[in-house]
Design a binder for this molecule. Sequence first.
Ligand code: GAP
Length: 515
Amino acid sequence: MAQKEDILKRIIGHAKEYGFVFPSSEIYDGLSATYDYGPYGIELKQNIRRYWWEAMVRMHDHIVGLESAIFMHPTVWKASGHVDAFNDPLIDNKDSKKRYRADVLLEEHIEKIRGKQQKEIQKAAKRFGEAFDEATYRTTNDRVIGYQEQIDDIKNKMAGYLAAGDFTALRQLIVDLEIACPISGSRNWTEVRQFNLMFSTELGSVSGEAATIYLRPETAQGSYVNFLNVQKSSRQKIPFGIAQTGKAFRNEIIARQFIFRMREFEQMELQFFVRPGTEMEWFEYWKAFRMRWHRALDLPEESYRFHDHIKLAHYANAATDIEFDFPMGFKELEGIHSRTDFDLKAHEAHSGKKLQYFDPELNESYTPYVVETAIGLDRMFLAILSAAYTEETLADGSERVVLNIPRWLAPIQIAILPLVKKDGLPEMAKSLFNTLKLDFSCQYDEKDAIGKRYRRQDAIGTPYCITIDHDSLEDGQVTLRERDGMTQQRMAIEELPAFLHDKLHLSALLSRLLD
Ligand code: GAP
């Protein structure tokens, strides 16, 4: 665990040094859980967003886009349930005065037990060597089984108390498990209280209850309230979807782990409207498609897993998370929910306006059901960055840090490097740069020895470097150096555009999504 946390620290350091992510307002000592994206970070972020958008909107005939406002009528959040139920259970330690999410304290306690369980398994794996069968060991070893029972018991109790809103029992669970404050070490806890996660502000110069508006905590509601506007204006028939990307705001109490959990973040959400009764089919379709979207990027297969929800939110009849193996362990990256007609019905009830669809095939009107896919852009950024970050010792004993960013999404895709700064090489390199930059994100660099320039490009994840040397002037060929294997090949300049297009263009990535 310590080692993994160390990796996260190194990734954060690398992201800052190489212009991916900076702490916000750093010269004022920063603002907790708020980050700024630097020159390479913004390129990567835009490329991820574009991949999502093209895969969802362009690749699906029946999905259209929307950009709804961050501010919405306050009743939207009453109807959606966010005013009454978008809460975190908080608990304070009376000695350190530190505030915690009660469920996070319990989850961290579970992780500690899981760590002990894992140690038992590792010890046994060492003892038994090749003959070790982890699955059998988990179901037969008394200690491992005991740890699992403790984990399941805490999880079940916690889920039950949270669902029932029984905060006295939740606090008692923390006390019974003898969970101590990491700062003061004491078990002197306050009661558990509910804390709403929405940021509020006031509209114009009027103050008071009526003028309180919220910064949206999700983009989804903008798509629901525009359901008929979009359906009619784009002449969609059910099933069809509305895609949105945009900022969302949540006053997270435990906002940490770098850009994993922030107070201001970006979502990429699809609301897919379907005929009631067909939602499970579509839920399965979107589960499969979203996983295909992830897998197309060639990040390690074992980094992804589905986590089906057993306890469902009141509005859902099926839900799963796509979890990713972040440096902090497996955590939610994306949620896929079958939300029934809960949201549209709630908006009908609160607005008094019908949000129904007339189905010409059935010759009847109904409130559509919704299947939603919701992924955090910043979380996807962190997934890519953490899978990409690699420290290597090369054959000659030297070290390199390379970002193996999926090549289609790399902030700089091609670096163009004249071997020396004279003899007409810069002119030839700049001419190639000016041609290739029309189609790809390119960087021209003539400073320092070539090896140093390669390392710089490795550190920002540039998949290809093109070096122009004296032979290039004679034979019109260049050296193409590939990032991951550091292999080099000579290639004629006129062959470059087609080769690079096949390797780097977004269309090459999108074509992997076709059946
Ligand atoms: N409309 C559904 C919805 O908002 P969610 O699971 O609360 O569902 C969707 O959020 C995704 O947004 C999450 O899977 C996660 O990737 C991202 N997300 C949620 N809270 C976040 C936060 N505080 N910081 C960064 N990303 C967050």
